[in-house]
Design a protein around this ligand. Structure first.
Ligand code: COA
Length: 468
């Protein structure tokens, strides 16, 4: 299975085209379909579906846009199509219709594990279907086979000073991987736009495959001895990432990574990293350029960097009020954060209005594997206290914890204590969601994004003389 799959995955140009692997499919008729084979079947169906949706409903309204929305970060404007996931304010994320709990139950697992393999989630995000274990194993093998990074990118990472934030190094390296973009090369040779997605697919798979080597090298350089262990071709993506980081001996940590990479992957289309990927990609910038731009957005403290900020904030709290503070002193610490004009990291959300199920999934993991960890107990204490304070404060629309309120404590427990690195792991996971959609963006021929803007002077003029 592995060796025949490997032949199909070789990104030789002629294998990029569906016609070229029709023969291969026939040759391995008894084999389950590869992701690319399945996707090739789905693309024309989906193109037809979208054509019909536009024909039937194209002129219908998705809602009003108010002046407040235009000034308020476009909150609530329904202006994007995103196939992989939809976020319900109360229930949380569903990946292709499946809740996180359903994904944990239904997606294939490693032989030694209980958490879903993120490879399976990628399959689900791209196709809308739950893959078989065999299909997921083939994806793991494909990722390993594509994982090497060019030596000039290794040099580039090695030359970064350890003081350069890991996210900046990450974005830099992903931009440099653009050197080998199939899509950029094909565009230069004048490829027909109907075939864009085929090259996008190859780039997306290359990029996802190479991220463990990029992320791992940054970690090893900044925090360890700079030696990067090799990827194991017959192990899953999370195991290999754990191995490069130096934690693969710990089965629980590998399990944590499987869960982590699954739940951080996608959060519908409007968040900064997703929307940036879409926006930059819509200019036909290749996936490497689009994703590095997304990483720069993920590196902001109101988005992905919040996972680093949460741990920093909790450690500062421990310094100020001690290891086992009373509820009253915790409450006071939270109030002091708010009174000094700062946000409480890990709480609030632009769309969610209840506890983030990604938080709950990580809490489940902690209750199972580290129920007596002092830091987990602090995180739980905060869960009981912060929402009440934020409600009393009265500004935050959602006082409940988000994904970032919990991820750091789990990594701390297993010894990955370098907080500045946490957003890199988020970035590795986010590639799965945003690149899945980018493939579809090109397959469905989505145009360059170009919303309309107004100036404040024009807004005033438009509504001059109108009642409030
Ligand atoms: C996620 C976040 C950026 C969403 O922003 P948003 O959609 O503008 O949130 P809201 O509509 O609830 O914001 C209304 C007000 O509450 C404030 N607020 C929101 N969350 C807050 C928090 N956790 N702590 C303190 N104040 C908060 C906002 O800053 C805003 O203040 P303002 O009126 O003075 O400008 C925001 O909740 C936040 O900053 N959270 C902390 C950072 C974080 O955890 N980010 C990761 C998100 S997954």
């Amino acid at each position: 299975m592995r060796s025949s799959s490997f032949v199909i995955y070789k990104p030789a140009l002629k294998q990029v085209f569906p016609t070229s692997y029709v023969g291969i499919t026939r040759l391995y008729a008894s084999k389950p379909k590869t992701l690319k084979e399945r996707l090739s079947e789905l693309v024309p169906e989906k193109q037809e579906e979208i054509k019909n949706i536009k024909k039937e409903h194209g002129a219908k309204s998705l809602g009003n846009v108010t002046v407040d929305m235009a000034y308020g970060g476009m909150r609530g404007i329904k202006g994007l199509i995103w196939e992989g996931s939809v976020l319900d304010p109360d229930e949380g994320i569903r990946f292709r219709g499946y809740t996180i709990n359903e994904c944990r139950e239904l997606l294939p697992k490693a032989d030694d594990g209980e958490e879903p393999l993120p490879e399976g989630l990628l399959w689900l995000l791209i196709t809308g279907e739950i893959p078989s274990k065999e299909q997921v194993q083939a994806l793991s093998a494909e990722f390993a086979a594509r994982s090497a990074i060019p030596s000039f990118v290794e040099d580039l990472i090695d030359r970064c000073p350890n003081t350069l934030h890991p996210m900046s190094q990450f974005s830099l390296a992903v931009t440099a991987l653009q050197h080998d973009s199939n899509f950029a090369k094909a565009y230069q040779t004048g490829v027909n736009k109907n075939e864009y997605w085929l090259y996008l697919y190859e780039d997306a798979m290359d990029l996802i495959s190479k991220l463990p080597n990029v992320a791992g090298r940054i970690y090893r350089n900044v925090y360890k001895d700079g030696k990067v262990p090799p990827i194991e071709p017959d192990r899953d993506y999370s195991y290999n990432l754990a191995k490069i980081l130096g934690y693969s001996d710990n089965k629980e940590f590998v399990e944590l990574l499987r869960l982590y990479l699954t739940i951080h992957s996608d959060h519908e289309g409007g968040n900064v990293s997703a929307h940036t990927t879409r926006l930059v990609g819509s200019a036909l910038s290749d996936p490497f350029l689009a994703f590095s731009a997304a990483l720069n957005g993920l590196a902001g403290p109101l988005h992905g960097l919040a996972n680093q900020e949460v741990v920093r904030w909790i450690f500062h709290m421990k310094d100020v009020i001690g290891e086992s503070p009373s509820d009253e002193t915790v409450k006071e610490y939270v109030w002091n954060t708010l009174k000094s004009g700062k946000v409480v990291p890990g709480y609030g959300h632009a769309v969610l209005r209840k506890t983030d199920p990604r938080y709950t999934a990580q809490r489940d993991f902690a209750l199972k594997h580290l129920p007596n960890d002092p830091l987990f107990k602090l995180v739980s204490q905060l869960y009981n206290i912060v929402p009440g304070v934020l409600l009393e404060h009265g500004r935050t629309k959602n006082p409940w914890p988000n994904v970032d309120a919990h991820s750091g404590v789990l990594l701390q427990y297993y010894g990955l204590v370098e907080q500045n690195y946490y957003t890199v792991l988020f970035g590795v996971s986010r590639s799965l969601g945003v690149l899945s959609q980018l493939i579809w963006d090109r397959a469905l021929g989505f145009p360059i994004e170009r919303p309309k803007s107004y100036s404040s002077a024009l807004i005033r003029k438009m509504f001059e003389g109108q009642q409030q």
